[in-house]
Structure formats: C-alpha cells, structure tokens
Write a protein that binds this ligand. Structure first.
Ligand code: HPA
Length: 298
C-alpha cells in the first residue's frame, strides 16, 4: 500500500504546510475544530473566512469520503479565531496514522491551543439513543494498541516527549465547560468512553459485545489518533461524539447500520451540536465561575 511507504514527516514538512496556510491569511487561530461526518456545515458559519482546499496545502492528503468536504477554513466563530477542518482523514482510507494526524501538528504550528474534535459514533452503551451527544471522557485506542500508533517512529521533540502521558487526553476543564454550557442550554450530554476501530466496515454483533465488555460506550473510526497527537503536542482536547446509530449487538435483527443513517442523524443533530459548540467557544478562555480546576492542566 502506497501510504505505508510514506516516509515520516519531518519538522520542516510541518512547517512548510503551516507556512502555506499562513500565506493565505493573517488570522492566527487559537482553537482548532475537526468536523466529522455530516457536521461540516458548521464551517459555513465561520465569519471573515478563508477556505483552503487540502490539495493546495503541502503534504496534506485529500479527503476521499462522501460527506467530507476537504478544506481548511480559517476565520472567526463565536468571537474566537478558529481553524476548522471541513472533512478529516481516516485510517481506513489507506492513510498512515501520521498522515491522518498531520493537520493537528500543523494547527499547533499555526498557534492552536485548544482542539475540539467531533465525530459520528455507534452507540455501544445500551442506555444510549440515536441522536445523543456524548462528551468523550477517555478512549480505547485499539488501532494504536495494535501497532498503528500516530506517534510511532522518530519522535519530534519540538512537539512533545517520546513517552507522553495519556492519562488526561480529554481536558477535565474543557469537559466541565461543555457540561456547564449544555446545562444552560437545557441540552443533555452523555459522558463516555470512545473506542477507535480501523473500519471501514461496521462491527459484527460479536465485536460490539466485545467492545461493551472492554468498557466502550461508543465506537468510531476517527478522533483518537488526532487526540493523541494533540495531547503529545500540549494541546487541550475536547471530544464530542454524535451517536448516529446504535451498534447492532445481536444476529437476530433486521436493522443494519449504514453510512446514510450516519449522515442523516448527523444532519438532524447538527443544530443542537452547533449551539453547543458556539456556546463553548463563547465561554472559552473566560474565567470559570465555579473556580479553578485542580484535577490537571486545562
Ligand atoms: N461503528 C463504527 N464507526 C461508526 C459507527 C459505528 O457503528 N457509526 C458511526 N461511525
């Protein structure tokens, strides 16, 4: 597979990509947004925006999935300077985990300190329902644990240490902020563990039962590698899953998940998710009225 022969990106490669983006705009984003399947429409609300197609940025792969637009949009959203990925890269497309996560490191070089990752996920927790929103509390990086780790290979010390801690991948403070904003909006949020699988197939019923036994509340094909690379680079991460379908855990059923269902639920949830994200962006970098968080960093 061609992607597996891609040599590791160097510090200079990341800088080249960042410089190409900076040539398009003066804006220096502080917040990164990755918009998952069916959620890309939020980027259309970014003001004074500059959109750069991925194929115009050195080293960026091109998004191949239906429902993912494939461009970087920089501008202002809820008063914050943001850089949004309208469409992301997935391992199942044939890209290496390092290619999948290239934009996160480039965002770091652009000045991003906070990264909000969204995704579509299958519900594993039997208490969940289609259309639920879930704050990611922790993850099972099954693909990385099996060897496809985005941090594998020479470590770039400029970004972070060789052996980074993954104890607090998802910032407790950002999770608290999301819950506070949701409460004010009358929006219910789940809090759960997201399992990263390679895809592109949906899981078998036996696999769904296995994931449940492992402690997963939701399953999906993205987000985790980006979160790991962001954490390595000292970026504060918030992850939000839309439960677009319930993962099927028994053989004796007529329903099967489909990409159409995933996109359709994403569309239906988009207004609620947009409200939440806009509210979070508004409050970001404001003092926390409930006092400082002592659990760990931001
Ligand atoms: N499984 C894996 N990935 C997904 C699913 C699912 O059921 N739904 C959306 N992304």
């Amino acid at each position: 597979m061609a992607a597996e022969m891609t040599p590791p990106f160097t510090w200079a490669d990341y800088q080249e990509a960042a410089a190409a983006i900076q040539a398009h705009t003066e804006l220096r984003p502080r917040v990164g947004l990755v918009l998952g399947s069916g959620l890309g429409a939020l980027a259309d609300r970014i003001q004074d925006s500059v959109a750069i197609p991925y194929d115009r940025i050195p080293h960026f792969p091109c998004s191949t999935v239906h429902g993912h637009a494939g461009r970087l949009v920089l501008g202002t959203l809820s008063g914050q300077p943001v850089c949004a990925m309208q469409g992301r890269f997935h391992f199942y497309e044939g890209y290496t985990p390092q290619q999948v996560t290239l934009p996160v490191r480039v965002m770091r070089l652009l000045g991003v300190e906070t990264l909000i990752l969204t995704n579509a996920a299958g519900g594993i927790n039997p208490g969940y329902q289609v259309g639920d929103l879930m704050i990611i509390v922790d993850h099972l990086s099954l693909v990385a644990m099996a060897g496809h780790n985005p941090l594998r290979g020479p470590n770039l010390d400029e970004f972070g240490p060789r052996f980074p801690s993954m104890t607090h991948v998802y910032s407790p403070q950002l999770r608290r902020l999301a819950l506070r904003v949701a409460r004010a909006q009358g929006l219910e949020l789940r809090q759960g563990i997201y399992a990263w699988v390679a895809g592109p197939n949906f899981e078998t019923p036996a696999e769904v039962r296995l994931l449940r036994q492992l402690g997963a509340d939701a399953v999906g094909m993205s987000t985790v590698p980006e979160a790991m690379v962001a954490r390595h680079a000292g970026i504060h991460v918030l992850g939000i899953s839309t439960i677009t379908n319930m993962a099927v855990d028994e053989l004796d059923v007529r329903t099967e998940p489909s990409h159409e269902e995933v996109l359709e639920t994403g569309r239906q949830v988009l207004p609620r998710l947009s409200q939440l994200l806009l509210g979070i962006l508004e409050q970001l970098y404001q003092p926390d009225p409930t006092g400082p968080d002592t659990t760990s960093g931001p």
